[in-house]
Design a protein around this ligand. Structure first.
Ligand code: HEC
Ligand code: HEC
Length: 299
């Protein structure tokens, strides 16, 4: 076939038209995808933001620093064995002056400077943060073991308050919390949740009567943050404390004081805790823990 010049020009023009049609359609498609992505991102942001900024009813508290002689020392001991320093002290900084915690990829929380918080906010709001998992702004707290602390006795709270009030107020506030897009997705999926202030304390470990109450209480305060509110363990983290069946009393002392398991090797996390924290346990506290955990494991 032969093309005249006109016919040839027509073909070229058609080709160009087809191309521009195609590119136009391409642009539309890309634009549509981008718009959908933006809408999706806005959706994730808004819904997660609603969870993050949900407000609760702030209860009141009449807790005050204990005045009794010895209260400050008792409070110092409790702050040690209940693990407040684990999260509220930054490496190389004075104790309890706060810490910026990278809790998981994309989630950063500011664990308060406890000295400053108590001075600025007062003992009532301190108590409500600890036992009711609520900030002074009535927002839920994300990463404190308040499921265990909800059981803390008034007496212990007042001793802790006496101790923190006795410390000089130094250091700045740690910087604030931030949620990455990934953390917000986890909030949306329900795999990242704050403490539910209306649902604290529903899952305490098994009660075994007054003879074991002291040990149960200590286990809730000192162990359940990692071993689970019911002490049944957390998957991929810390085992069910029924593992105590493998321990006799002196082996249990060795675990809490030196972090070694019956086979003689160090348990990595427990060894750190032993050095930092659990070596402060008194003998009678370790005995009470052992009796309760052993009895629980035999049920
Ligand atoms: C596992 C880490 C962890 C432990 C253990 C812990 N905290 Fe916290 N705490 C936090 C974080 C993180 C925050 C910041 C709020 C949040 O999580 O949303 C916080 C906040 C607070 C607040 C202030 C709430 C606010 O508005 O900032 C107080 C008071 C407090 N903690 C006291 C204590 C005391 C007392 C102990 C020990 C009995 C303790 N915490 C143990 C992680 C911890
Ligand atoms: C900060 C988290 C954390 C706290 C708090 C904690 N544990 Fe553990 N525990 C672990 C982890 C993680 C393991 C697994 C072994 C390891 O890494 O040390 C473990 C292991 C154990 C084991 C088994 C060791 C073995 O392999 O035989 C026992 C028993 C135990 N913990 C008892 C306790 C008791 C009792 C308390 C409270 C006084 C406590 N833990 C508090 C994290 C914790």
């Amino acid at each position: 076939m032969r093309y005249g010049l006109d016919a040839l020009n027509l073909c070229v023009a058609n080709d160009e038209n087809i191309m521009t049609d195609r590119t136009r359609r391409g642009f539309w498609a890309i634009g549509l995808v981008l718009a959908l992505l933006a809408a999706l991102a806005a959706f994730v942001y808004l819904v997660s933001e609603a969870h993050i900024t949900a407000r609760y009813t702030l209860p009141s508290s009449i807790m005050r620093p204990a005045k009794a002689p010895g209260a400050v020392r008792r409070g110092a001991h409790l702050a040690m064995i209940y693990g407040c320093a684990d999260c509220h002290t930054a490496r190389g900084r004075p104790a309890f002056t706060g810490n910026t915690l990278h809790v998981r990829p994309g989630l950063t929380l500011a664990a308060a400077n406890l000295r400053r918080f108590l001075k600025d906010r007062g003992p009532g709001l301190f108590d409500i943060a600890l036992r009711r998992a609520l900030t002074p702004g009535a927002l839920a707290i994300w990463d404190m073991p308040s499921n265990a602390y909800v059981y803390m006795s008034d007496q212990d709270i007042e001793a802790l308050l006496a101790y923190f009030a006795s410390l000089p107020v130094i250091g700045p506030r740690p910087s604030g919390m931030s949620f990455s897009f990934r953390a917000r997705l986890a909030v949306l999926a329900g795999t990242l949740r704050p403490a539910n202030p209306y649902d604290l304390g529903r899952r305490g470990p098994r009660e075994l009567g007054p003879a074991y109450d002291g040990g149960r209480y200590l286990a809730m305060m000192s162990c359940s943050g990692c071993h689970g509110a019911d002490l049944d363990g957390k998957p991929d983290h810390a085992p069910d404390l029924r593992i105590i069946q493998a321990y006799d009393r002196s082996q249990f002392f060795a675990l809490l004081r030196q972090g070694v398991v019956p086979a003689g090797r160090e348990a990595p996390v427990m060894a750190k805790l032993a050095k930092r924290r659990f070596r402060a346990f008194r003998d009678y506290e370790i005995n009470a823990l052992y009796d309760y955990l052993k009895a629980r494991a035999q049920m």
